[in-house]
Design a protein around this ligand. Structure first.
Ligand code: NAD
Length: 491
């Protein structure tokens, strides 16, 4: 069994209060991770604070050299990182390798930091007066991340934060923290000075201590919406900058002219891939017009054929969900929905996998005739369960999306440009797909939801340069001007 440590000031640090990290495919412990006490959190923050002096004064180009090197090391170690992710999270090795690649996308974006960190200068804003703006790093920034992308979410935060000259304390999910420490080691190997990136493990109390610390300046959070809101309020009350990204219930609208084979292929992968545990997974298909039954037939055929199993096994398409608790919760919601009148077109929710009978598997499940007030529709299940709803018009589809609590992603499948255009304009979600089921924008854009999917107003990746810097405006004159002006006149 592996022993996961904290990573503080460039060193692996043991701790107390260890919790077991389980392999969701086998229900067996694969590692232990310490739970940071208050003193450990404080040590990580003070090492970030101390390192800030040097890192913030390090020339931008040298900071970027470290990021370049870290990018190369992550790619060199992609298989090793993917294996760690897969073992603790359960996702397939392919999917985990894809996560590492998407995480590297964020580092590559941050390598262009110098172009983003330019201020502006205006000459002669008054008699012999110039005015300029400059961007300062903030100090110690905190990242609190979810289990479902254990590598990518932290890197989506820290890449820009570090390029801008901040230091970082990362508190990953206690469910799959192993890869985060390995990433910190690789950054250290790339030449990141000690204390610039620290990783501490823990749950609620660790998060709270980081938020409340007088020495942390900004909090980035990704996780479920109820927690996002609590974090947003707590950090704001403490006077911190905060961006908190929450849960989702992403709808995909199928117009009558959509190619049903293509739509069924894309929907199957988007709904069931990663066991539905992507914040951009599709969990609701809204079929406009008469094609619901033929689409359901095609989806059912595909859902029955999805290969469910341990993420480490070749040929497996869908791994387990992350925990027994999650498995049991989802199975109960599906049972309740069916008892309340939903039609289970395919129900593999209670399936077991030969050789992995204790694993936390939930197989692809396809429900229709669902009441839109029932939990299977209103709640984020974070599992491979797809609800298919029928409506008569695009207006009705847009209204369903508008009325839902979440607004992370939404997609439309159509061959009609006017319908696609109307959807783009009117849909109430932050990330929109047109004939793309999982429209996660590349790092040059941003990850950001609407409504309860995001609290705060800056997205991750390229939208976070302003979050991780604070501007200063300097007005200067180098000519001696005599005379006293009591009038507060223009410069
Ligand atoms: P979670 O909210 O349970 O936990 C997220 C993090 O917060 C973990 O590090 C956890 O230790 C910590 N935490 C939990 N409760 C806390 C509390 N009361 N106070 C302070 N910290 C607390 O989320 P999860 O189950 O790990 O991740 C899945 C969720 O993340 C889903 O809702 C998913 O949609 C969401 N997610 C959103 C995005 C996005 O971009 N919007 C991306 C990935 C995941």
């Amino acid at each position: 069994m592996r022993t996961i440590t904290h990573w503080i000031n460039g060193t692996a640090v043991d701790g107390t209060g260890a919790v077991e990290v389980e392999n969701p495919a086998t229900d067996s412990a694969v590692a232990t991770a310490p739970m940071a006490d208050a003193a450990t959190i404080d040590t990580a923050v003070s090492s970030g604070l101390k390192a800030f002096e040097g890192w913030s004064q390090t020339p931008q180009s040298r900071r970027v050299h470290v990021l370049f090197k870290a990018r190369d090391l992550l790619l060199e170690h992609r298989d090793e990182l993917a294996a760690l992710i897969s073992e603790e999270h359960g996702k397939t090795l392919d999917d985990a390798a894809g996560e590492v690649t998407r995480a590297v996308d964020s580092i590559e974006l941050a390598c262009g930091g110098p172009a983003q960190l330019r201020g502006a200068t205006s000459l002669q804003t008054g008699p012999s007066i110039d005015t300029k703006s400059v961007l300062h790093p903030l100090g110690v920034c905190v990242g609190i991340t979810p289990f479902n992308f254990p590598a990518m979410m932290g890197l989506m935060m820290m890449s820009v934060a570090l390029a801008a000259g901040n230091t970082f304390v990362w508190k990953p999910s206690e469910q799959d923290p192993g890869v985060c420490v390995r990433i910190a080691e690789l950054f250290s190997q790339a030449g990141l000075p000690d204390g610039v990136l620290n990783v501490v493990h823990g749950g609620v109390e660790a998060s709270q201590r980081l938020i409340d610390s007088p020495d942390t300046e900004a909090v980035s959070f990704v996780g479920s919406s109820d927690v996002a809101q609590v974090i947003y309020e707590r950090a704001a009350a403490a006077g911190k900058r905060v961006q908190a990204f929450g849960g989702a219930k992403n709808h995909l609208v199928v117009m009558p002219d959509a190619d049903l084979e293509v739509t069924a292929d894309q929907l199957t992968a988007a709904a069931f891939g990663a066991a539905g545990q992507r914040c951009m997974a599709i969990s609701v298909a809204v079929v406009v017009g008469p094609t619901a039954e033929p689409l359901l037939e095609r989806l059912a055929e595909r859902a029955r054929n999805v290969v469910v199993g341990a993420g480490s096994e070749t040929g497996v398409e869908v791994g387990p969900v992350v925990s027994r608790r999650s498995q049991q919760r989802v199975q109960q919601v599906v049972r309740d929905a069916v008892a309340a009148g939903a039609r289970a077109v395919v129900d593999r929710s209670a399936e077991t996998v030969p050789g992995y009978e204790s694993g936390y598997f939930v197989g692809p499940t396809l429900l229709t005739d669902v009441d839109v007030t029932s939990p299977v529709y209103t709640q984020e299940l974070f599992a491979p369960v797809l609800v298919v709803l029928r409506v008569d018009t695009l207006d009705e589809a847009l209204e369903l999306i508008r009325s839902h609590r979440y607004g992370n992603g939404a997609s439309i499948f159509t061959q009609n440009g006017a319908a696609a255009n109307e959807f783009e304009r009117r849909v109430t979600a932050g990330m929109v797909g047109v004939n793309v089921a999982i429209p996660v924008p590349v790092a040059a854009y941003a990850v950001q939801g609407w409504k309860a999917s995001a609290f705060g107003d800056t997205g991750l990746n390229n939208a976070s340069w302003s979050f991780y810097t604070r501007p200063k405006y300097v007005t200067s004159r180098w000519e001696s001007v005599r005379g006293q002006d009591f009038g507060f006149n223009p410069n």
